[in-house]
Design a protein around this ligand. Sequence first.
Ligand SMILES: Nc1ncnc2c1ncn2[C@@H]1O[C@H](COP(=O)(O)OP(=O)(O)OP(=O)(O)O)[C@@H](O)[C@H]1O
Length: 353
Amino acid sequence: MTNEPAIEIQDVTKTFATRGGTVTALHDVSLSIERGTIYGVIGHSGGGKSTLVRCVNGLERPTQGVVRVQGEDIAALSREELRLRRKKIGMIFQNFNLLDNATVQKNIELALPARKLGRAKTSERVSLLLEEVGLAHRSDSYPSQLSGGQRQRVAIARAMANEPDILLCDEPTSALDPETTDSILELLRQLNETHGITIMLITHEMSVVTRICSNVAVVNEGTLVERGATVDIFKQPKHAVTRGFVDSFFQTKEAAESLRSPYVTNLVSEGAWIVRFLFYGDEAYQAFISEASQKFGIQISIIYGSVRMIGSAPLGNLYVLVRGNADQLASLFQFARQSQVSCIRINQAGEEL
Ligand SMILES: Nc1ncnc2c1ncn2[C@@H]1O[C@H](COP(=O)(O)OP(=O)(O)OP(=O)(O)O)[C@@H](O)[C@H]1O
C-alpha cells in the first residue's frame, strides 16, 4: 500500500456533452505521481488541466479509465467515503476562493471539524496553521484587507487544515506578481519538505515548474504529450508544445534581438551556422566551447547566453555562431553528444533546422 503512487491516473478520458456536441477534455491520459513529490502539469488554456485535477478530487468522474488516490479508486467511493477522502486532499486556486465576509480565522475554521474539536482546540489549530504560512498576526483581518499573496497564504492554511496527504494547486500563482509568486512557491516547497505532502501543481508557466517541480507532465488539447523529470524535459524536449514552453522560458527579448542582429545576418549569409547549446549542472562550467574549438579547428563566437536555475542546479542556454566545414561541424555535434551537452542547429528566428 505504502509503495503505491499518491495519485495514479490510468487511461482517463473525460468527455462533456454540450449543445454544440461532445467535448473531449481529456483523451486517454495516464500519469503516476509518486508520494512526496511536487509534480507540475503544464499546458495552454483549454488543454484539460483543470478537468484532470477535478477528476483527482472526485468533482468529475472520468468517462473512461481510473483515478486512484493513495490506492483508492475515487469513482468507486460512496458519497460519504468521498467526503472523507476529500478532507485529505487540499486544494488551492488562482482566485483563492475565500469567503469575503468572514475573517481569516473564520475562513480556516470552516474547514475544520469545529464541533468535534471544541473551541479551544480549533483556535489552537488555526493559530498553528496561520503561523506556518506566516500570517499569525492577521487572524482578524478580512480577505479584502489582504494582498493577493496573503490571501493565497490563507487559502493554503485552509487547504492544510485537515493535514491532507495531497495538495492540488490549480494555477496558484497566476494572479500574483513575480516576487509574490516566488514566495508562495517557496512556501509550497517548505510544506512539501516539512509534511512530505504530495503536490500536484497546474500551471501554464515553465518558470513555476522550474522553481519547485521535480517532474512535469505536458498536456495539450486533452492529451498528455510528454512527461518526465523537469531537467530531462528541459534538456531534451521532444514534443513541439513542450519545446514551445521551454523556448518561452529561455527566449528572452534580448536573445531574439541578438539572433536577428546584422552581425549574425552577415555571418549566416557567409555560411556560418547558428547553434544552440544547453548545459546542465556541472557541464555548465565545463570548458566545452574552447575545447571544441581547439579540437576541431572551428571558430565559435557567442551570440547570446544565459544561465537559469532548474531547482538548485544551473542550466546554461547558449547561442553561438560556428564557422567550419561540414566534417568539422559533424564532429562538433558528436562531441556535444558525448559530453552530454544538448546541441541543435537553429535559424535566426530561433527555430530548429
Ligand atoms: N463542465 C464542462 N462542460 C463542457 N465543457 C467543459 C466542461 N469543463 C471543461 N470543458 C471543456 O474541456 C476543455 C478543457 O477544459 P479545462 O478547463 O480542463 O482546461 P484548462 O487546461 O484547465 O484550461 P484553463 O487554463 O483555461 O482553465 C475545454 O475545451 C473546456 O471548454
